[in-house]
Design a protein around this ligand. Sequence first.
Ligand code: GDP
Length: 140
Amino acid sequence: MAVERTLSIIKPDATRRNLTGAIVARFEEAGLRVVAQRRMRLTPEQAQQFYAVHSERAFFDDLCAFMTSGPVVVQVLEGEDAIAKNREVMGATNPANADEGTIRRDFGESVEANSAHGSDAPETAAEEIAFFFRGIDIVG
Ligand code: GDP
């Protein structure tokens, strides 16, 4: 195990219901530390670029519309094994399939409005952190 950083996004369905603190508490209880955080409204271009890997999927336009429908909170989480741990705490993509006690099971509204994003590998974590926090000094 190593100390890693990963990119987390609290999605618009969660900010709309004022769940930012409740979701951050789940990360902190799991030993992850919020070392950078920014609340913002994604532009359509940012959403399309961020989810470019899904551009051929049938749900791409809906996903981009959802991600720009309200504020998001983008965060860098740091901790031992942070990438896997974050995804464990989030749960499966579809809240209906997510384990009990996970963020998506407890807060997600649908497979699309599933409250949180987390990077899936070291390479994507580095890219996604740079996407939102390039040039910002992150203090761990
Ligand atoms: P993740 O890594 O668990 O977030 O899952 P993916 O990378 O496969 O998908 C990215 C995001 O697209 C998910 O978190 C959902 O918000 C959305 N998504 C995934 N599958 C579907 C789907 O079948 N329909 C819709 N509308 N959205 C989806």
